[in-house]
Write a protein that binds this ligand. Structure first.
Ligand code: SF4
Ligand code: SF4
Length: 178
């Protein structure tokens, strides 16, 4: 008897829910005519951003590639005459990416960033292999001020170690040896 009661109750609850929604204003969003703006921190299409002075932020350190759980980032690092490193080529297979954001977390220069642009679907999966030219944008993305080369404590043609903003003088690690 209690089973019949439970079944009737379940039907009644279901129909009541349907009935209630019959008189509500529909909230259907007509995609793609209407595209709901997503929060800035949404994780979708990946870009490579630039420093405020317009130079490439990526220093080809391989950290994003190492941390990526699906191994979809590859690159080749190189060095300019002034000691500044960069990625000679940089490739992301977005067909494989799971948009976890770990690459962005690991990046010391704020170069690699995920954006709210989610319209990446393609029929040909190979078109989702993005090269550096496809990834590089002409702005700083979320991090408007940061410039790795001003704070990193590396020696370049412009400044030596210990001369960058807020940087302490280098420590002679050998002086700690016995
Ligand atoms: S978002 Fe995640 S899966 Fe995609 S490239 Fe970055 S680390 Fe790899
Ligand atoms: S995007 Fe960032 S983490 Fe990846 S190689 Fe360039 S600087 Fe390193």
């Amino acid at each position: 008897m209690s089973e019949i009661y439970e079944s009737v109750k379940a039907f009644g609850t279901g129909f009541a829910t349907t009935f209630k929604h019959m008189f509500r204003k529909p909230i259907t969003e007509e995609y793609p005519e209407y595209k709901r703006p997503l929060p800035e921190r949404s994780r979708a299409r990946i870009v490579l951003t630039r420093d405020p002075d317009g130079k490439e932020r990526c220093v080809g350190c391989y950290l994003c590639s190492a941390v990526c759980p699906v191994s979809c980032i590859s690159m080749q690092s190189a060095e300019q005459a002034d000691g500044r490193r960069y990625a000679e080529w940089f490739r992301i297979n977005l067909g494989r990416c799971i948009y976890c954001g770990l690459c962005e977390e690991a990046c010391p220069t704020s170069a690699i960033q995920l954006t709210p642009d989610y319209e990446n679907c393609q029929r040909d999966i190979l078109t989702l292999v993005f090269e550096k030219e496809d990834l590089l944008v002409d702005h700083c993305g979320k991090d408007k001020e940061y410039c790795f080369y001003k704070y990193a404590g590396i020696s370049t043609a412009e400044m030596g170690k210990g001369e960058h903003i807020n940087e302490e003088k280098p420590v002679n690690v050998r002086s700690n040896l016995p």
